[in-house]
Design a protein around this ligand. Structure first.
Ligand SMILES: N=c1c2ncn([C@@H]3O[C@H](COP(=O)(O)OP(=O)(O)OP(=O)(O)O)[C@@H](O)[C@H]3O)c2ncn1[C@@H]1O[C@H](COP(=O)(O)O)[C@@H](O)[C@H]1O
Length: 107
């Protein structure tokens, strides 16, 4: 398997620029962030339902839908995938629990 999120990001950018009426991506980009973010939320909930229900096959499909719609939302926000990867990279070497313990106290 050589297909990457970066490949999908490039496809989304090309389809967004195409304005092709037969492209779901172009349609979603034209609809704007509220619609794309709503789809992202729906796919997240569907992935949660599949996970909690132990539905492995559906969890794979809903995860793909989730990642695709997440990349569309990033595109609309003009955030390259590399910026998210850099944020993740900056967190390597620190445990999530240590990071949480170091956060300022909330009132
Ligand atoms: N990975 C995806 C992908 N995953 C999901 N979807 C589409 O996302 C849409 C939303 O799914 P839903 O079942 O929620 O759709 P719906 O209920 O009809 O949506 P609503 O009308 O209710 O909002 C469907 O049309 C899916 O086909 C995707 N559409 C495109 N891609 C990728 O983007 C590429 C370009 O696609 P186009 O932009 O369509 O050419 C494709 O070759 C794929 O690589």
């Amino acid at each position: 398997m050589s297909f990457t999120l970066s490949d999908l990001e490039a496809t989304i950018a090309a389809r967004a620029a195409s304005g092709d009426a037969s492209s779901w991506t172009a349609k979603l980009i034209a609809a704007g962030t509220p619609k794309a973010a709503q789809k992202l939320g729906e796919e997240a909930v569907e992935a949660v339902i599949a996970a909690v229900g132990g539905d492995r096959a559906n969890l794979v499909k809903e995860s793909a839908d989730l990642l695709y719609h997440w990349l569309v939302v990033l595109k609309l926000a003009d955030i390259p995938l590399s910026e998210v990867m850099a944020e993740l990279e900056s967190r390597t070497g620190q445990s999530g629990l240590a990071e949480k313990a170091g956060r300022p106290k909330e009132n």
